[in-house]
Design a binder for this molecule. Structure first.
Ligand SMILES: [Zn+2]
Length: 501
């Protein structure tokens, strides 16, 4: 396995632009015509008029130099959201395994090469969107069960080759939801299988922690609370402590999940996690939308207080939540409570800027108050918030001693309109694809929107045909096995040229 990232450029490199997001006294500052200098992968200077020697100077002109985004739920999939976007309910549309598929023996719908390709493609797309630290997430719908160490060995190679900073770990589970013939949703458990996957995930962490010159770290990733048994979560928490790695678990994501946990354990998801000793400062919890005190939960409780007091972080993914008719209610309240909040993309497009924009709109809508949140309230969790959730004071901020994970946001793009403050313009009109250059650990991983060794158009075509293959197998995995054309509706009637007789 080759886990050696490219060589760094020699000597000190100075970057300057109209705007620079520096970090002083624990908060971001905007430095007009600022300079940042880095060497050997670390930031050595942020400010004005650097007086030392430099090997190279780049003036980006009308641009914003800032820290890379930290994506705690980073899309590493050919995202299947599009298949369900206008096709609901989920259990009728292949999003929950039917009993017949489970009994026939679930199988991997992608080959090893296809899984390796989609990770490399997804990692490159994250870089294009200014994401410099990624904790991958993918769907398990089309998998035989959990993710495999082999595919994460391949992911580690792709991560090192691209120079992306990642926290890697195969997702595992002891259970899965099943639609019975009569339409009831039950849970099928295979605890020995899930515990064996946990052991393999621990071995993966031991093998890869700190690889690629420290670019690759590891994490434990039990998939979701409703597909986990108590034993799996207890052992995961113990392993997380022993390995000192982040532990990510989807919870408080949907009303169905909340009610399932309540029915099975007599406790809300945070109450159950607390009782298992699962919650601590290593825990990363997407999505935190369905909790006591929110509109969907009538049972009184202290869900958010439990999460906050444990030191766990909520991974906020407003785009995917909003698409499912959900939202944090509301962001300003979570912030004022002192909850730790990081951000995740979790869906396509993996655009952190779009996530911040949607989050800001939902926050103001749910608060019924335009003053409920400001642009910097979202830029913080996407940078320092995510880094702090990982215990990384050297990421998400640009100050001497931090890692040189730097993005260059082009303020000259015509759709951006006028600028009075670069962060406000980003939050009002920016796209994830407005980044021109991305630097990770002192390496230029994207220059002028080009990623070395990546042919974006060819990869897009390959992704489309790979995705069509999984779509063709959807009927096998859908309740009642309807034809694909019945599962996936069209927006308008489709007229096709008739085949010549
Ligand atoms: Zn998610």
């Amino acid at each position: 396995m080759n886990l050696r990232p490219a060589k760094r450029p020699e000597g000190r490199i100075l970057l300057t632009a109209r705007w620079l997001v520096g970090h002083r006294g624990g908060r971001h500052v905007l430095i007009e015509n600022g300079e940042i200098v880095f060497e050997d992968g670390a930031v050595v200077f942020v400010g004005h008029r650097f007086s030392g020697e430099i090997a190279r100077r780049i003036d980006y002109g009308n641009a914003l130099i800032g820290p890379g985004f930290v994506d705690l739920d980073a899309l590493s999939d050919l995202d299947t959201t599009i298949l369900a976007y206008d096709n609901q309910p989920a259990w009728k549309k292949g999003r929950v395994w039917p009993r017949s598929y489970l009994d026939a023996g679930p199988y991997e719908m992608y080959s090893r090469e296809e899984l390796a390709f989609q990770k490399k493609h997804a990692f490159a797309t994250l870089i294009r969107n200014g994401i410099t630290t990624a904790l991958p997430i993918a769907s398990l719908f089309y998998r035989a069960w959990g993710e495999t160490p082999q595919e994460f060995d391949d992911a580690a190679e792709a991560s090192a080759a691209l120079g992306l900073r990642t926290y890697l770990g195969p997702a595992y589970r002891t259970g899965n939801q099943v639609v019975e013939v009569d339409g009831r949703i039950t849970t099928h458990y295979d605890e020995p299988r899930g515990l064996a996957e946990l052991d393999a995930a621990i071995a993966f962490c031991e093998r890869h922690e700190g690889a690629a010159g420290g670019l690759i770290r590891t994490m434990l990733a039990p998939d979701r609370i409703e597909t986990s048994t108590a034993q799996l979560l207890r052992r995961t928490a113990e392993a997380g402590r022993a390995l000192d790695v982040p532990v990510r678990l989807h919870c408080c994501q949907s009303k169905i999940e909340y009610d399932l946990v309540l029915a099975q354990h007599g406790m809300s998801p945070p109450e159950w996690l607390e009782s298992l000793g699962f919650l601590n400062e290593r825990a990363l919890l997407p999505h935190g939308t369905v909790v006591s005190g929110s509109r969907l939960v009538t049972r009184p409780g202290r869900d958010l207080e439990i999460i906050r007091d444990s030191g766990a972080a909520i991974v906020h993914c407003p785009l995917v939540s909003g698409r499912h008719g959900n939202a944090i209610d509301h962001f300003g309240r979570y912030r004022d409570m002192g909850l730790k909040i990081g951000m995740g993309t979790d869906t396509s497009p993996p655009d952190m800027i779009m996530n911040m924009q949607v989050g800001m709109i939902l926050a103001r809508t749910l608060a019924g108050n335009v003053a409920a949140c400001r642009s910097e309230d979202y830029y913080d969790p996407a940078t320092v918030g995510g880094a702090d959730a990982l215990g990384r004071s050297d990421l998400g901020r640009l100050q001497p001693g931090a890692r040189a994970d730097i993005t260059v946001f082009d303020l000259d793009r015509p759709h951006l309109g006028q600028v009075i403050d670069p962060i406000q313009t980003m939050l009002l009109a920016g796209h994830g694809r407005d980044f021109a250059d991305v630097i990770i650990d002192g390496r230029f991983v994207m220059e002028d929107r080009m990623i070395p060794g990546v042919d974006e158009a060819a990869d897009k075509a390959r992704a489309q045909s790979q995705f069509e293959g999984v779509m063709a197998r959807y009927p096998e995995r859908t309740h009642g096995h309807p034809a694909a054309s019945e599962i996936f509706s069209s927006s308008y009637p489709v007229e096709r040229a008739e085949a010549r007789a």
